[in-house]
Design a protein around this ligand. Structure first.
Ligand SMILES: C[S@@+](CC[C@H](N)C(=O)[O-])C[C@H]1O[C@@H](n2cnc3c(N)ncnc32)[C@H](O)[C@@H]1O
Length: 362
């Protein structure tokens, strides 16, 4: 998200000594440092070790909202950090439950009277974020609209209310995939956190049985169902799982361990294949994200082609309404349908398959 036009100067309270940031771009961080040269700037992710298991006095305890959200207060204690200001930028790839969990976690580190600023892209819509802030803090406002961004503002009162979104528990999933009993722990805001998604299952069941894959990439792995199913079914395969979401990567890593596969199935924090450009794969398997820009989807397809060996295969699933066949064919030359959901499944999914020729067409 480009926040080139956000002017933080009028929004930063005088006398700010401690700031917590979360998901902010390097430019925003630099502007904050320029505005508050004396202040200590802490990253929310680095505060996760200050773990308690409950929210501020008088609020619901934080349950099952992912590892980071457990950095709340012990009941009755003061804020963990007691910061004067928090600044969060909402990433486009995370869901509302996750955003709510992160807002709650930020709130726990703020002193009473502290200001929370949420910078969000206009195109993502700010109404839900505003509602969540109002639910948590009692009041919130649009403090700035500028260029492509909206800045929301709330002040931490004596109480912070944990919304249902933020505390929705994520159970452990047990599933039989490719004939193997597998277990997955998930987390708030992760894709299909309560059950293996139908599209994901359709892809897994459509995977060719006969192949000589050595290296497989699960692109956009979430908590890891595809990569982990491949790894358990074909022990000779080395699986890399990649996701842009740190919580997904952490869950995928935990799940590889939980299923005793961590030696041959590893998770990487990666925007597309950026962390894996030096690796080559025989197959890229992916339940592609569809709540992203078209250009991002196109990039993920092109990057898949780039990391495949000649003869390597791309196998992806998307909701049938998101038809990527032309886009995949424009990169790979051809594309075929491997599987489609049975009639009546909502939403219906389509699994497609493409092979990288010696000379990719792009
Ligand atoms: C539809 S979900 C699939 C998750 C998992 N593979 C499953 O089947 O349950 C898409 C995943 O892609 C990830 N994602 C979105 N944009 C990405 C990007 N630019 N690079 C890598 N992963 C991305 C999301 O965080 C999400 O976990």
């Amino acid at each position: 998200m480009s926040q080139a036009f956000v002017d933080l100067a009028p929004l930063v309270p005088a006398g700010t000594r401690t700031v917590i940031v979360h998901g902010v771009a390097a430019g925003t961080r630099q502007r904050l440092a320029g505005l508050l040269p004396e202040a200590t700037v802490l990253d929310l992710a680095d505060l996760a070790d200050l773990a308690g298991t409950s929210g501020p006095a008088g609020t619901e305890p934080v349950r099952g909202a992912g590892p980071m959200a457990n950095a709340g207060l012990a009941a009755g204690a003061g804020p963990v950090v007691g910061a004067d200001l928090a600044v969060m930028e909402v990433a486009s790839h995370v869901g509302q439950a996750r955003i709510a969990a992160e807002l709650l976690e930020m709130a726990y580190h703020l002193r009473e009277g502290a200001v929370l600023l949420v910078v969000t892209a206009r195109r993502l819509g700010s109404a839900r974020q505003l509602n969540t802030l109002e639910d948590m803090f009692g009041a919130a406002e649009v403090a700035q609209r500028s260029g492509s961004a909206v800045v929301l503002r709330a002040v931490r009162g004596p109480e912070v209310r944990a919304t249902a979104d933020a505390t929705s528990a994520a159970p452990t999933i047990e599933a039989v995939l490719l004939g193997h009993d597998l277990r997955f722990t998930t987390g708030a805001g992760l894709f299909s956190k309560n059950r293996i998604d139908d599209g994901t299952r359709l892809l897994i069941e459509a995977l060719p049985v006969d192949h000589d894959w050595r290296d497989v990439l699960d692109l956009g792995c979430g908590y890891g169902p595809i990569g982990i199913a491949v790894s358990s079914r074909w022990p000779q395969v080395r699986v890399a799982m990649a996701d842009i979401d740190p919580l997904a990567v952490s869950a995928a890593r935990n799940n590889a361990e939980l299923n005793h596969l961590s030696e041959r199935c590893q998770a990487h924090l990666s925007d597309g294949t950026s962390a894996l450009v030096d690796r080559r794969f025989d197959a890229v398997v992916s339940h592609l994200p569809t709540h992203v820009r078209k250009s991002t989807l196109a990039r993920l397809i092109d990057e898949s082609a780039n990391v495949l060996r000649p003869g390597g295969e791309l196998i992806t699933v998307t909701a049938s309404a998101v038809d990527l066949r032309d886009r995949i064919a424009s990169t790979f030359g051809t594309v075929e349908v491997l599987a489609e959901s049975q009639a009546g499944t909502t939403p219906p999914y389509r699994v497609v398959h493409a092979v990288k020729t010696e000379q990719p067409s792009r």
